[in-house]
Each structure stands twice: as C-alpha cells, then as structure tokens.
Design a protein around this ligand. Structure first.
Ligand code: PGA
Length: 226
C-alpha cells in the first residue's frame, strides 16, 4: 500500500472559533471508527491553517493526541530578524512540520519567483520544515532538497473542473523522472467523489485540497475515500 498525503489548504479562511467548530465536526464518528479500524493506515493528514491558528491548533492536536499534522501555507525567505510582517522558518518549525511553498496564488498575487521560492525551500530545510512544493506544470523548476511536490494545474484550482486523473498521472510521472521526488500530490477541485480516481493512479501519492477542505464533513470523506 502506498503512503498517501491528504493536505487541507485553508488559505485565508477561518477564525479561531470556526477552526474549533471545524475540528469537532471533522472528528466525527465515521472518521474516528475508520481511523481505529485502520491502525496500519498509511495516510498522513496535514492541516494547513493560516498563521493565526497554528499555535492553538498545535496545542489542541498535542493535547488530544490527534492523528493530524500541521503545515504552514508560506514561509519567509529571510531568516529571523528585522523583516516586518514575515514569519521565519525557525518560528514556524515550533508548531508546523510541513510548509506549502510556491502555491500558484502566491506566484500570481505576490509575484513570487523561482529564485525566491528556492530561498524559501533552503530556509525551510535549515529548520527541518518539510516543503510541499507546488508546481503548475512539469516545466516549473523544482529546487534541490524538495521531496514532496504538489502538481496543481491553474485551470483546476477553485474552478470545479479537476484535471483528468490520467493526465495528472502522466505529469506526475514526468516530475518524478526529471527530479528526485518521492511523492507527487495532485491539487485542483478535489472532492469526496473524485479523490480516489486520483489517489488510485500509480504515480500520485495524495491530494492538496482547498475549497472542499473548508467543510469538515467533506474533508473527512476525502480522507476516508482517498
Ligand atoms: P481547490 O484548491 O481544491 O479549491 O481547487 C486547491 C489549492 O489551491 O490548493
């Protein structure tokens, strides 16, 4: 059985009270019994909330020993220091194990370049944060040291029009061939209904979920169906 990563990208959504309500609903009876029955389960569930919620979710996950990991959605390319408004890798590593780098929304809205993204990967690695490096096609360069890539075609993000699983699989194959990448995830309009079509592809090792991850019931169905 291959190891799957199921990643929730909440983007700039959820207040503290909304995150608590999400967690209570996410850990519903169906999901709990599924997790109990599948103790050998090879699924890593990673929640990537906004920075504002990282520390409180880290405390909750630890307090209740939840089978969930935390990821940040971005990291500064600067080390800690005088960089107003930035969050450095050493600060994030206090709470998160993973970090999303190079999401197409950051490339477009914040003009993040390949060179800047390479620095973010270097900073993350220096502090043991594992990058989940997003590419829009197999043509986007992948910095050295990246092991998990999320392939997210722009047309599929938030559009309700997921890519054909076979096409995503062939891009994942190319990404693994060109680079020494161990895991390629697919992202873009993943739902409880289509998730298995992606995770059953030979070269796809999980999913990065935006919109459907905001709904706790939908996201728990994605975890079960993947
Ligand atoms: P989506 O977003 O699931 O809403 O398409 C995916 C992403 O942006 O990571």
């Amino acid at each position: 059985m291959k190891h799957l990563y199921i990643v929730a990208n909440w983007k700039a959504n959820k207040t503290s009270s909304e995150a608590h309500a999400w967690l209570i609903q996410f850990l519903n009876q169906d999901l709990i019994s599924y997790l109990h029955q599948n103790t050998q389960l090879k699924k890593t569930i990673i929640i990537c909330p906004p920075f504002t919620l990282l520390s409180e979710l880290a405390i909750l996950f630890a307090q209740y020993d939840l089978p969930l990991s935390l990821g940040a959605q971005n990291v500064s390319h600067f080390p800690e220091g005088s960089h107003t408004g930035e969050e450095s890798a050493v600060q994030l590593a206090e709470f998160a194990k993973y970090v999303i780098i190079g999401h197409s929304e950051r490339r477009e809205e914040f003009l993040e370049t390949d060179e800047l993204l390479r620095k973010k990967v270097d900073e993350s690695k220096r502090h043991m944060l594992i990058p989940i490096y997003c590419v829009r096609s197999e043509k986007d360069p992948i910095p050295d040291g990246v092991t998990i890539v999320a392939y997210e075609p722009q047309s599929a993000i938030g559009s309700g029009k997921a890519e054909l699983p076979s096409v995503a699989n062939s891009v994942a194959t190319k990404i693994k061939k060109i680079n020494k990448i161990s895991s390629v995830l697919y992202g873009g309009s993943v739902t409880p209904e289509n998730v298995h079509e992606f995770t059953s592809q030979s070269m796809i090792d999980g999913v990065l979920v935006g919109t459907a991850s905001l709904d706790p019931i939908m996201f728990s169905q994605i975890v079960v169906n993947a």
